[in-house]
Design a protein around this ligand. Structure first.
Ligand code: SF4
Length: 259
């Protein structure tokens, strides 16, 4: 992502060998079966979503506190009550794979680990990750490569994410989060649901219709070029009609929904 060659020892996402996290806290609004989840939010991401809720950290991956795996595990052990799960989030945890694996190794072995990811990673990452997490929460943001490129700054996208979703269902529990984006209900949500219903019909989905427009500064120049949503920006809330259509599409897919 982004232009120019990164400095030596730093990936294209801007993340180096040292990992930082911008937040570490208990989350109470995750899917019910993993809540409360003690979450570690890594700084840095391999995407550049125009709507990113945490762009200030994802575009400055050095922001935050250095992650010390044993110290993270000690803070979990010190909680007055054991959480239902431990979530590795970002940003994108894949950009921090070495540290993320060390965190997982340091955690109490009976604490279910959740890999919360945009799911764009290589087969080599999948190989290293195999067996490490109990639950995979996958953000399927885009239904095609054109929207992924225009809004998320990544391409190619869909085929790799589809491959990784198929892999994850062999590894553990999978929940696919579907964030309905303004102007992308048909081309992204609809297309994703069509694929999921055909290929992963046993996998539950979590529809999110609480999209919040970020500042127009981040949106500028990132409008989708897809023919079905060329004229739609992301600097607005979903309309009532879009929310209704999103719910209709999910219901029509026949996929099980979780909250
Ligand atoms: S994948 Fe998520 S964290 Fe990364 S840029 Fe997009 S919205 Fe932000």
């Amino acid at each position: 992502v982004g232009g120019g060659r990164p400095p030596r020892g730093v990936g294209a996402c801007g993340v180096g060998l040292e990992s930082t996290a911008y937040l570490e806290d208990l989350l109470w609004a995750e899917e019910q079966f993993i809540t409360p989840s003690y979450a570690l939010f890594f700084s840095g991401c391999n995407f550049r979503c125009a709507f990113c809720y945490a762009a200030e950290y994802n575009r400055r991956p050095g922001e935050g506190r250095r992650v010390e795996p044993e110290a993270v595990a000690a803070r979990v052990e010190a909680l007055p009550e054991r959480p239902a799960s431990f979530s590795l989030i970002g940003g994108e945890p894949t950009c921090h794979l070495p540290t993320a694996l060390r965190v997982m190794a340091a955690l109490p072995p009976d604490l279910p680990v959740v890999w919360n990811s945009n799911f764009l990673f290589t087969p080599e990452v999948a190989e290293l990750l195999a067996g490490a997490a109990a639950v995979y929460v996958a953000d399927l943001h885009f239904g095609n490569d054109v929207c992924a490129d225009a809004v998320g700054g990544v391409s190619p996208y869909f085929e790799a994410v589809a491959r990784n979703l198929r892999w994850a269902r062999e590894q553990g529990e999978v929940v696919v989060r579907l964030l309905a984006l303004p102007g992308h209900v048909e081309c992204c949500l609809g297309a994703s649901l069509t694929w999921l219903a055909a290929e992963m019909k046993e996998t539950p989905v979590h529809l999110l219709t609480n999209y919040l427009p970020p500042s127009t500064r981040l949106i500028k120049g990132a409008e989708c070029q897809h023919s079905g949503c060329r004229d739609s920006g992301l600097d607005r809330y979903l309309t009532e009609a879009e929310v209704a259509r999103a719910r209709e599409l999910v219901a029509a897919s026949g996929l099980r929904q979780v909250e």
